[in-house]
Design a protein around this ligand. Sequence first.
Ligand code: IPE
Ligand code: IPE
Ligand code: MG
Length: 249
Amino acid sequence: MKENLLDKIDKANVPKHIAIIMDGNGRWAKSRGEERTFGHKNAISAVRNAIAACAKAEVDYLTLYTFSTENWNRPEDEVSALMTLLSESLIKESDELMSKEIRMHVIGEIDKLPDLVKEQLLNVVEVTKGNSKTNLVLALSYGSQREILNAVKHIAQEVKDGNLTIDAIDEKVIESHLYTKNIPPVDLLVRTSGEIRISNFLLWQIAYAELQFLDIYWPDFSEEDLFQCILNYQNKERRFGKTSEQIIN
Ligand code: IPE
Ligand code: IPE
Ligand code: MG
């Protein structure tokens, strides 16, 4: 079944950049009478599924919303359990990233992360930088409004210093000041858990993304789910403001 869905994907029209809001770990655990942290632990295999599926489908960029700027406001023990899990996973999964030739990147305010986690992250980014298959982008301590705010401050500083004129500020200049400079815009955004909201994720970058909301909790996410999302995406006509006739001709 897995291979069937993959075979149905048109390799010439695979989304270049898929972004996923991995939501529903807590509810997944609760529905089993377990603590929220149990859900986070069981989220790792779903992350593995998403990465493996993107590698098989030859997706260039996969961005995973792993921890938001707002998630710092969760109870201290949950935040600390998430940081420990992240740290353990970075150690356990780095061989897997190497064997799949996956290059890892990080976006967000990583200076806010515990020193050890930051060190491990930068280490995996460094070790995998020669890999040339799927780019895995972890959004950590990430908030889109903060990202845009920081870009505005940097641009204002450049104008103040006389290195940039106001007239020269365009979309490209803004993009070059986002964490995602050098990363293409999002083609397909997926959110699990049934919530239909963006939660401060990649607001600029999803301007023309196709959005898909799945009624499953993140720990249940499978490779087939990702293949199905790509197939749904391939049935959409992306018009970018033009008419259907213009697109067909
Ligand atoms: C997503 O699952 C993981 C993070 C936000 C870190 P949640 O922890 O948000 O799970 P729910 O949405 O409460 O079920
Ligand atoms: C979004 O999920 C953040 C991540 C998946 C990392 P949340 O569970 O934090 O989002 P809200 O608060 O329900 O919108
Ligand atoms: Mg949630």
